[in-house]
Design a protein around this ligand. Structure first.
Ligand SMILES: Nc1ncnc2c1ncn2[C@@H]1O[C@@H]2COP(=O)(O)O[C@H]2[C@H]1O
Length: 230
């Protein structure tokens, strides 16, 4: 009879920011964190809310976005486990730099600013991971700025799809995103994003299935986005 052993790991498994912690410190972090659940469509927080906690996403997906005075949204990123969000306002002791909405049902752990700061002061090695995470955010912002200057809209749509496809080497990659969400991420009107998607579909690089996009040729999208071959 097959005996199933429990999966190794805990609620922080895979979370880079906490990777270097001693097991007992990890357990203290987990004990101090508050479990949260968010339904699809629920806001986790809104831009300019006080930054009270670091959120470790365990399941689901969250869109980080800014809203223009006209109500138009620009999606800055889609966060998936084991990523964290909410680190910026914790570190500069300010308000939320963007809003966040669950785009799938989510479970998460929320670590209060006080608990996070105590952790940093008693385990300064954690600052290596914090700096890496901030470095990653700055790098992403630099790249997004350059894309807005150097890429046309179809190029930005292609790049957004490549980023969402992640590291997967599968021949077909399903992206759970409708075309308005894609337009909010690529920074274009829905109509022009639809045109770009239609043109990619006619070349056989992807197909749309209701509210999802199935990418069938990542290499072609990478070339259209001016990215190096893998
Ligand atoms: N441009 C961005 N790209 C990716 N994530 C971001 C961006 N801006 C803000 N965030 C994340 O969204 C969070 C919004 O709240 P915070 O400012 O606390 O912390 C922020 C980061 O975790």
């Amino acid at each position: 009879m097959e005996v199933r052993l429990p999966e190794p790991g805990d609620a922080l498994t895979g979370v880079e920011m906490f990777a270097g912690l001693e097991p007992e410190v990890r357990q203290r972090v987990i004990a101090a964190a508050v479990p949260r659940t968010y339904r699809k469509g629920q806001l986790l927080f809104v831009e300019n809310d006080p930054g009270e906690s670091l959120i470790v996403l365990r399941r689901g997906a969250v869109a980080v976005f800014r809203t223009a005075p006209t109500g138009e949204r620009a999606v800055l990123n889609v966060i998936r486990p084991p990523d964290v969000l909410g680190e910026v306002s914790l570190l500069d002791a300010s308000t939320r730099s963007a809003s966040a909405e669950a785009i799938e049902d989510c479970t998460a752990l929320a670590l209060s600013r006080g608990a996070f700061m105590e952790l940093v002061h008693s385990n300064p090695r954690i600052l290596d991971a914090v700096m890496r995470s901030l470095g990653g955010l700055i790098r992403r912002l630099t790249e997004q700025n350059a894309d807005h200057v150097f890429l046309d809209l179809p190029g930005r749509v292609a790049k957004t799809l490549v980023r969402l496809a992640g590291e997967s080497q599968a021949p077909m990659i399903t992206i759970e995103l409708n075309q308005s969400q894609l337009a909010e991420m690529a920074g274009g009107s829905r109509q022009s994003v639809n045109q770009a998607i239609g043109s990619f579909a006619s070349r056989g690089w992807l197909r749309t299935e209701g509210r999802r996009i199935v990418v069938t040729d990542v290499a072609a999208l990478r070339r259209r986005a001016g990215m190096a071959d893998r």
